[in-house]
Every structure is written in C-alpha cells, then in structure tokens.
Design a protein around this ligand. Sequence first.
Ligand SMILES: Cc1cc2nc3c(=O)[nH]c(=O)nc-3n(C[C@H](O)[C@H](O)[C@H](O)COP(=O)(O)OP(=O)(O)OC[C@H]3O[C@@H](n4cnc5c(N)ncnc54)[C@H](O)[C@@H]3O)c2cc1C
Length: 293
Amino acid sequence: MTVIGGGYIGLELGMVYAKFGSKVTVVEALPSILASMDKDCVQVVARKLKKMGVEVLTDAKAKSWEDKGDRAVLTVEGKDGKAIQIDTDKILVSVGRRPNTEGLGLEDVGVKLDKRGYVIADEQCRTNVANIYAIGDVIGGMMLAHKATKEGEVVAEIIAGHRAAVDVRTIPAVVFTDPEIASAGLTEDEAKAKGHEIKVGKFPFAALGRAMSVNDTEGFAKVICDAKSEEILGVHIVGNGAGDLISEAALAIEMGAVVQDLNLTVHPHPTLSEAVREAAAAAIGEAVHIINR
Ligand SMILES: Cc1cc2nc3c(=O)[nH]c(=O)nc-3n(C[C@H](O)[C@H](O)[C@H](O)COP(=O)(O)OP(=O)(O)OC[C@H]3O[C@@H](n4cnc5c(N)ncnc54)[C@H](O)[C@@H]3O)c2cc1C
C-alpha cells in the first residue's frame, strides 16, 4: 500500500496496515514526516517505521497514477526532480482535507468565506451574519475533534445568554502512532520564532520505573520554558501513554504555570506521569533520576 501524505492520518493508518502485514510506502512532499511536531519526537516514530519495514520517501511529491486493473502505478517526483514509479496494490490519499462548504447556500445568506472556502468566524465562532455561528473543521485552524467540541460548547453558552469565547492558550494534539506523540504549546522552533530565549528539559522513559516495569522504555518527555520567567511554553511527549499524559501539560500551559509548578507537584510513583515532572525539573537542572547537564 502506498500512503500519500506523512501527516498524522497517513502515518496512523499506514502503521495499522504495516502491522496487519502490508508492505507500506509513505510519500511525503515536505522534508520531514509530521512536519509540525517536535523533531526529536518525530525521530522516534521515524525509527519505529524503519524497524517495521515502512519505507518513507520525503521531499517526494505524488504527481499522477495509472490504473492497472487490480494495481496502480504511482508517479512520484523525488528530491532531485527525478520521477519514481511505485507499483502498488492500493493508494491511500491522506492529504488535501478541505472545507465542504459548497452547496450549503452560504452565499445566499451572505456568510463570508475565505479564499480556500473556510467560513470566517471570530473567537466567539460568530460569522459576519448575526445568529449564524460556525465551529469545527469548517472554520479551519487545528482540525481536531476536541477543538470542534470546545467551539460547540462556546456557541451553546453564547446562545444560552452566557459570556463565552474560545480563549485558549493551547489545543493539544496527539498522533496515535506506535509510539504515540503528544504535544501542547510551542515547539522549540516556534518558541524561538516568538522571541523567547528557552530552556529545555528532557527525561527519557528508559529512566522511568513504570516504563521499565511494562517493558516499554522507548520515548521521552520534553518541557520547554522561557529562560527568564521559566513559564512553560510547550510540552512534547513521545512514548507509551503520551496522549493521556499531555492533559497535565495543557493544564499547566493554560494556567500560566512555571516549571517549578510541575516540579514541586508531587507525582505518584510508579507512573508514567513522573516523566513530565522530571522533564520540568531537568529544564532547571533539578532532575532526580538522570544526570543534569
Ligand atoms: C482519518 C481521520 C482521523 C482523525 N483522527 C482524529 C483524532 O484522532 N483526534 C482528533 O481530535 N481528530 C481527528 N480527526 C479530525 C476530526 O475527525 C475532525 O476534526 C472533527 O471530526 C471535526 O468535527 P466537525 O464537527 O467540524 O466536522 P465533522 O466531524 O466532519 O462533521 C461534519 C458533519 O456534517 C455533515 N455534513 C456535511 N455537509 C452537510 C450538509 N450539507 N448537510 C448536512 N450535513 C452535512 C457531515 O456528513 C459530517 O457528519 C481525524 C480525521 C480524519 C479524517
């Protein structure tokens, strides 16, 4: 099977089929898979893909395909501009999600769309037409279920006469690959681009009692904070349970927590959550179960 798109959907589904026994090739136009996620986390998943025999072609653009009956031949433009032909049973297209706003009659009532067809909505999910609200994928941004849910709740509050707005610092994201990647807040590059000088703490699952006891020590937690204020700017986790661990990070970011808030909070032992605390501690040179550098 050939998967077009090394984003989260392509990799989640590609890995599933690889585990079922399919020979999977992933074609990604950008220089990296999961381009918006923390680079170190992505490396862990990239290594796992390699170990599973999944071939990943980066800087590779899918151009066309030819129907060969029960097979297909996909033409891909590689790094050097050379055409690569991939003979494949199935092609899974996991790129190009776009808003499904055509034919809804939005133009008849005057609801404004942007150039790409997304409904334009403000932080209260109001469109330019009074009493028409829009939520979820159709207004763009992070196209995730919990973002849509949050927006739906805000609109329900407003319609019920309460004051509400989508006023959040982070929409956490989880990539359900094996291992999972979870992220809340800024990556190192994003934090630097916003003008922060940063400190980074990293704690490997290999030094975590719970990870050892379940024999799954692949991965780490990383905490990024502002170097001066030590406010937590981002948390990135790769490994078993990352998706469940990230909510603590989202809460910390939402509350404007500093690394000591995470570090001084007692975390139960032996749990994976200790990785988040130790990564926060590592950012200020106070980790207990690794050498602080
Ligand atoms: C393969 C895949 C995996 C994903 N995995 C995750 C994940 O793990 N976590 C996560 O948070 N998000 C995930 N997402 C994204 C998530 O599904 C979306 O962000 C979420 O569903 C958006 O909700 P929504 O209500 O905006 O749109 P939708 O869930 O798409 O709902 C829109 C509904 O409107 C209906 N509709 C469309 N046009 C009309 C019409 N004219 N009249 C009536 N009904 C209409 C559609 O049929 C649909 O049921 C995934 C998406 C895909 C494609």
